[in-house]
Every structure is written in C-alpha cells, then in structure tokens.
Design a protein around this ligand. Structure first.
Ligand code: 4NP
Length: 155
C-alpha cells in the first residue's frame, strides 16, 4: 500500500502528515509506504518549515529529513491513496487526474475524522506556534484514524 499526503507548499502540513503516518506504520510494522508532495512548485527541494520541524520534534515526530517536491500525474499511478489537506488541494489534484479511477484515489484527509466539525487542515504558514501545534494534533488524530480504517479493510 502506498499513501501520498498533499498540501500547497509541501513544507508545513503534508510533511507533518507524512512524518506522523510514517512513524505510525513503522511502530505497527505495516507494509505501507508514505510520501508527500505540494500542488505548487515554490519550495521544491526545501526542507520543511523550521516551525513545523520544531513542533514535530517537540512532540516526538522528526521531519527534518524530508524534502519538498511537486505533485505530478505520475503520482496517480504510484499511490493507492492521495490524501489532501484542503478543498483547494482537492481541486488542483483532481484537475490533473487522467480518469475517474485516479480521481477516486483523492480524498480529504479530515474525512477520516467525521465526528470532528472540520473539513480542512488550516494552513499554519502565516500563523503562530499555537497554530502549528493545532495542526500537529489534528494530523496526529487523522493519521491514527486513517491507519485504523486501513487495518480494518486489510484484515
Ligand atoms: P503548506 O503551507 O501548504 O502546509 O506547506 C504553505 C507553505 C508555503 C506557502 C503556502 C502554504 N507559500 O505560499 O509559500
């Protein structure tokens, strides 16, 4: 199974989602590959935002080794699930989908937290340390829920 996390810049939300999911699948010894990408090309080759790295490290989830890349059409072939952070990401990724089967791989990550009244992971780029912590906590819960649903499906 291969999972791709997608946001706009691939330096805040999707690398944190990637790091959290990697850590969980490693702890559970699951055969799941995880990566992340951005719909934009502004930060290609860059490490995650320093504030996201710091929030991850303070909470026990290192992401400093990740590097930003842009989402491409090839990702529809390479990944089983394409989990996006917000509605704009959803539109931008779906606009590149070659067919309905590819489009069906794209979902809002927060669909995995149906009981929480929030559909989008807010972009913390112009926010405060508290905004980065809020994003971390949301992504931690969403990735945990995703993994438990994946395990139900495959067991
Ligand atoms: P991300 O946050 O999509 O969570 O990585 C952003 C990072 C950079 C920019 C926008 C959003 N930017 O405009 O440079």
């Amino acid at each position: 199974m291969k999972i791709l996390m997608v946001c706009l810049g691939n330096i805040c939300r999707s690398p944190m989602a990637d790091g959290l999911l990697r850590q969980k699948v490693a702890n559970l010894n699951l055969d799941v590959a995880v990566d992340s990408a951005g719909t934009a090309n502004y930060h290609v080759g860059a490490a995650p935002d320093k504030r996201m790295i710091q929030t991850g490290s303070q909470n026990g989830t290192p992401i400093d080794f990740l590097r930003a890349r842009q989402f491409t059409r090839q990702d529809f072939h390479d990944f089983d699930y394409i989990l996006v952070m917000d509605h704009a990401n959803y539109r931008n990724v779906c606009a590149l989908a070659p067919d309905e089967n590819a489009k069906a791989k794209v979902q809002l990550l927060l669909n995995y937290l149906p009981e929480e009244n929030i559909e989008e992971v807010p972009d913390p780029y112009y926010g405060t340390a508290a905004d980065f912590q809020f994003v971390y906590d949301l992504l931690d819960r969403a990735t945990a829920s995703f993994i438990s649903q994946l395990q139900k499906q495959t067991n």
